[in-house]
Design a protein around this ligand. Structure first.
Ligand SMILES: C=C/C=C(\O)C(=O)O
Length: 272
């Protein structure tokens, strides 16, 4: 191993430790781009892997993946121009009926998107669109609660990739549709309101032109990173409109044509 490889390894470990400390102490940290640069994707995923290894070591179980920054709206908000991916763990799932404990999050932002549950692995073959579509068991509406461990969401592309694609928590709707039912993800219109106002609207086409293309992108990336998508996993396929901040007491409702509505509330400061 060369001296410069050692330096890079040390930088990756230091970045992962910074983010892990922020996650476990609930105290935002400074960006990690001073350690690994702003655009080195390989190093950023290496940090993400180390960060997530801490969660796995603490007993968390992988239940799926998220794709981030697939829409122009979110790319503009974040100042990035490429999608990324993160890992969903079992302790990120939230049931819609209970208020989301806002004190467990640092700086939450909500998004309306389509979630897919896989009925087959996406590990082998060309991973063409028809293979991706055939692997989908069903689709449901979802609210993704993004969170950043980095203070003030002051992120470069490397910062958000390293920080598990700014994943926080998520809530799934209960109305399941299959593609065979005639549900066409790219045509589905989404509306999200936060406390009855602050609309975020879009259609499936906002996510890389088609959420199925987003899942294909994810499947190929995940396979290339050595950890392919597996049957049973939940895939958050990218926001269909701009993300919105969630303040204490916020009530969020997402409606997606064909998939129905789901609503969540965030706890107030007093409840936390
Ligand atoms: C920072 C996170 C972005 C997403 O999750 C998204 O665009 O869906």
């Amino acid at each position: 191993m060369t001296e410069s490889t050692l330096d890079l390894d040390a930088a990756v470990s230091a970045a992962a430790e910074r983010l892990h400390t922020a996650l476990t102490t609930n105290q935002p940290c400074s960006p990690i781009r001073d350690l690994i640069g702003e655009r080195d994707i390989e190093l950023a995923y290496a940090v993400q892997q180390q960060l997530n290894a801490h969660r796995l070591a603490a007993g968390a179980r992988v239940v799926g993946r998220k794709i981030g920054a697939t829409s122009q709206a979110v790319q503009q908000q974040l100042g990035v121009d490429t999608p990324d991916l993160g890992v969903l763990f079992d302790d990120m799932v939230h049931e819609a009926a209970a208020p989301v404990d806002i004190s467990s999050l640092l700086q939450p932002k909500v998004e309306g998107e389509i979630a897919f549950v896989l009925g087959a692995d996406l590990a082998e073959g060309e991973l063409e669109l028809d293979q991706v579509a055939a692997a989908i068991d069903y689709a449901v509406a979802a609210i993704e609660i993004c969170d950043s461990r980095i203070a003030g969401w002051d992120i470069s592309f490397a910062d958000t990739v390293a920080d598990n694609a700014s994943a926080g928590s998520y809530v799934l709707g209960t109305e399941r549709r299959t593609l065979a039912d005639g549900f066409v993800p790219k045509d589905a219109a989404m509306t999200m309101t936060v406390t009855g106002q602050d609309d975020s609207v879009g259609t499936g086409a906002a996510s890389l032109g088609d959420p199925l293309v987003a899942v294909q992108w994810l499947a190929r990336q995940a396979r290339d990173l050595g950890d392919p998508l597996r049957a049973g996993q939940v895939i958050l396929s990218g926001a269909l409109g701009p993300m919105r901040p969630a303040a204490p007491g916020a009530a969020v409702e997402v409606t997606i044509d064909g998939l129905g509505s789901l609503a969540i509330t965030f706890s107030t400061k007093e409840q936390s």
